[in-house]
Design a binder for this molecule. Sequence first.
Ligand code: GCB
Length: 607
Amino acid sequence: MLEYSMLYPRETVSRRCVSMDGLWKFQFDETSQGVANNWMNGLPNPIDMPVPASFNDFFTDKESREYVGDFWYETEVFVPAEWKGKEIAVRFGSATHRATVYINGVQVMYHEGGFMPFVAVMGEHVRYNEKNRISVLVNNELTATNIPVGETKVLPNGKKMAKPYFDFFNYAGLQRSVNLIATPIENIKDYTVWFELEENKAKVNYTVDSNTNKEICVALYDENGTQVATSIGKEGVLIVENPILWKVRDAYLYKIVIEIFEGDTIIDRYYDEIGIRTVEVKGTEILLNGSPVYLKGFGKHEDSDIIGRGFSYPVMKRDFELMKWIGANSFRTSHYPYSEEMYQMADREGFLIIDEVPAVGLFASIMNFLEASSGKQTAFFKRETTPQLLKTHLRAIEEMITRDKNHPCVISWSLLNEPETTDESAVPYFEKVFEFAHEIDVQKRPRTFALIMNSLPHTCKCYQFSDIISLNRYYGWYLNGGYEISEGEEKFRKEMDAWKELNLNRPFIFTEYGADTSAMERKLPSVMWSQEYQVEYLEMNHNVFDSYEFVKGEQVWNFADFQTTEGILRMNGNKKGIFTRQRQPKEAAFYFKKRWESLPENYKSHE
Ligand code: GCB
């Protein structure tokens, strides 16, 4: 079990939560002398920096935007004396990719992994009725033993540069909200729910993790605020008569309230929203509450103008409105777990999420998206860094599942994106990763990973670990694009026939397929990069998908254009978006709207 609570911060009768979002102080620490020079007691020459946001795109000079290394954030926060007797902490939604936190100059926390919340407990270092200095030393270097995987190159001029083995800009900083929280000393650390559906009845099984032996009460309320079930104890069952189930694009949420009591006194109270639903894979079907569902949607990114990977309620709202407009029902959090607010909105809107751990770049190439089609091998899992990488990876899985396990929207765990699977050395690694996820997820959600182009039926050594086979395929783009697309289609069908031949009796979904498209280019007849070609490419792909009964979902790459590192294959970013980076539709968006609105939610089911 993780040593700190991952619970989303909330205010209740026993808990306090104050937003620390706003303008912080910020300073680059190019020579990593900040600690030696006592920067935790005050930055010598700071500038203003908004939180939450990536620091990169505010700058007008390239050295700052591309900066790799150590950098500092600092702010002050007032802690009222009324909070005496509580545990006071600063909760970071994330710090990319690693952070050391100092409270009034004293180091209290180190956290690795750029996409997960962590809590820095102020403990004895807190000063009541005063402002407290919070300093964070962040580092954004890419390494062989952290995920996402990449390298840090030192240029002849001494500047460090990010060399990602992945196709998105290495945005960094305090990209999610920061909160000051006060929690009772005896508190609720975590809770877990899982469901059994019976005729006109649901069993909501639960466990509560706390640091007390005092009485624990759990209650469930419907959307009208009516109490529908209660139970006492650290574990138990809440029986809901005539439950309203959480369904795809038709969400219903119950409020769960957990309390620690001493006699009549509430020691701690926490609440959350949960949806009653089951998810499983049976044969080639993905079943939600026992009903087959066909996934329609996107691979996404947390990416937008100016704020980079920073969380923004307005951008999130626009994205959900567009996904509803186009008739989507799902998305994958490619290539890292997203901010918690995204899952909360998906819970309310009834979207299905494939939740992905940041295990991207497990294929040692800066252009793996291209080189995978060429059959290149990099012996990735034979590197001496593999055991350490595995540890980091398992830890990231534990954090993701702990954080996201109670969301009804999360229907599957994606444990890797496009790893190298063509060598036997990948097998023991996969075994550990897949077993671990199964062991710690009480709901036993289906596990998957996204297969790169050269992970084919006869070359992939690892597909057997996947409960859902997820294919990233670019026939008609990286392979046989343009006028050669008919040959691409032939090769595509050949691959699909070979999968069919294997008779795996599992659902297949496409987690990626797409074509770079400039919103500025129109051309009749089409050429690659034009809006016309994007639609033709999609039509070809969908013809193939529609020919195979076992294909149970399509998540196009990508929801919107997004930033990448610069290079000859990317024109100011990846342009495979169905929407522009400003969230306006390309021609393909209207094509998708027509297709997805006409496909039933249970498309291709045997019902
Ligand atoms: C992939 C990667 C994704 C890239 C995409 C592309 O296979 O998973 O991160 O952005 O291809 O557009 O090349």
